[in-house]
Design a protein around this ligand. Structure first.
Ligand code: ADP
Length: 404
């Protein structure tokens, strides 16, 4: 009995132990599987977080790089990859990846000091980070480098933002040139006026009415020139302001606009014995636009033709025709024309063709065609010019009918 009991007890104990061991093994197996699953989930989450971060950084318009303590690039967003074109970026030192050391300079200073650094770099076309893709001449960049805070205490990572500010730089340059040119253009007539005033006052010429009168006439001519330049600059500035109320858009008969211009230039046309014709297949054509600016556009173009060809035999044609969804407006003349090398620059402010004509005196302000171009563009139109000297010089404007 005792033996049977002890056998039974032993069997039970062994079974219980076996059962416990089985449970324990099951539990170990289960926890290993759980750890595995956690690990997988962790990796997936990490991968997802990295993807999200990259997507976010790729959405940035600026080039964004992460650089390690040894100045090796560890991450480059889409804009950075596009900026540097086919060049390899990842795991390369910045000094190798950037074509010009001035681009790397801000970053290297930031790495050396740990302080944020911002710098503006203007590069020539050849040393642009865009390499062969660059076609804008001088290009400008802002480099903004700052170390990221690193709670783990590992060597710090530095983020670098490279912003393309070429458009702003070019605009700034145009403004600077404008101020320089305008000052130059105004200085000449002012110096002449001052010279005559000195003669009149200091040299007592005022006592000689004949001479004084002649001097005053010259002074008036130059004072007129100053007011013309200032007036033209104000028109350009108004057109460039882009303000919605700059233009008063309303329908008007284009022919009446041409008539105004012919009337205003009538004495010049008569004196030069020029012939000014009008070509309008649809004589009553009505266009929508600011009549004031359209009169100025035509006036400047016709006046230029007359001004550049102060001899007999000049023929000028002013025309307007609706073609499909556009209105074509042209002014042609058979005068001396514009040298082909000057054609690309003709609409620039203060640009004048080197005096290739008999004309000795500068009559215009050099702003006429700039006003024409800006007025046309303010009406969403385009203007082009072709010139075969002595045969035909043609300014052709195309305007969308639904916008003009
Ligand atoms: P400006 O006030 O000097 O006339 P514009 O901007 O109107 O200035 O014109 C720039 C230059 O373009 C002129 O100085 C002239 O040399 C040239 N030009 C413009 N229109 C004509 C034309 N029809 N024939 C020849 N040259 C022209």
């Amino acid at each position: 009995m005792i033996t049977e009991f002890s056998i039974l007890a032993t069997v039970s104990a062994v079974s219980a132990l076996a059962f416990l061991a089985y449970r324990h093994r099951g539990a170990r197996k289960k926890s290993a599987a759980e750890i595995n699953a956690w690990q997988n989930r962790l990796e997936r989450d990490l991968h997802q977080a990295r993807e999200d971060r990259n997507r976010l950084l790729d959405a940035l318009g600026d080039a964004f790089l992460l650089v390690d303590a040894k100045a090796n690039i560890r991450f480059a967003n889409a804009a950075a990859r596009a900026l540097f074109g086919a060049r390899e970026l990842l795991n390369r030192p910045v000094s190798e990846a950037f074509l010009d050391p001035r681009l790397a300079d801000a970053l290297l200073r930031c790495l050396a000091t740990g302080e944020p650094v911002q710098s503006r770099v203007v590069l020539s076309q050849q040393t642009s980070p865009r390499g062969d893709l660059e076609n804008r001449g001088f290009n400008a960049w802002i480099i903004d480098a700052a170390q990221l805070t690193n709670p783990s205490g590992d060597a710090a990572t530095t983020r670098v933002i490279i912003r393309d500010v070429t458009a702003e730089h070019q605009l700034e340059q145009v403004r600077k040139d404008f101020v320089a040119n305008a000052s130059h253009e105004l200085r000449t007539p002012l110096a002449i006026i001052n010279g005559y005033l000195e003669n009149l006052i200091d040299d007592d010429m005022i006592e000689e009415p004949e001479i004084a009168r002649r001097f005053l006439m010259v002074m008036r001519k130059h004072a007129d020139r100053i007011s013309r330049i200032v007036e033209d600059m104000l028109v350009i500035s108004r057109l460039e302001s882009g303000e919605a109320n700059t233009l008063k858009i309303e329908p008007f008969r284009f022919r009446s606009c041409i008539k105004d211009v012919k009337d205003r230039l009538e004495s010049v046309i008569r004196n030069q014995k020029a012939e000014v014709t009008v070509t309008m297949p649809e004589p009553e054509l009505v266009v929508r636009g600011d009549r004031f600016y359209w009169t100025q556009v035509l006036f400047n173009l016709v006046e230029n033709a007359l001004k550049q060809n102060p001899h007999e035999g000049l023929r000028v044609d002013v025309g307007c025709q609706e073609v499909g969804n556009s209105v074509m407006i042209w002014v042609t003349d058979n005068g001396v024309g514009i040298p082909s090398a000057d054609l690309p620059h003709i609409f620039r402010r203060f640009f004048r063709v080197e005096k290739h004509h008999s004309q000795q005196e500068i009559k215009g302000t050099g702003l006429g065609l700039s006003i024409v171009k800006r007025a046309v563009e303010a009406h969403h139109g385009t203007i082009g010019v072709t010139s075969v000297p002595g045969l035909e010089t043609k300014f052709l404007i195309t305007m969308p009918t639904d916008l003009c």
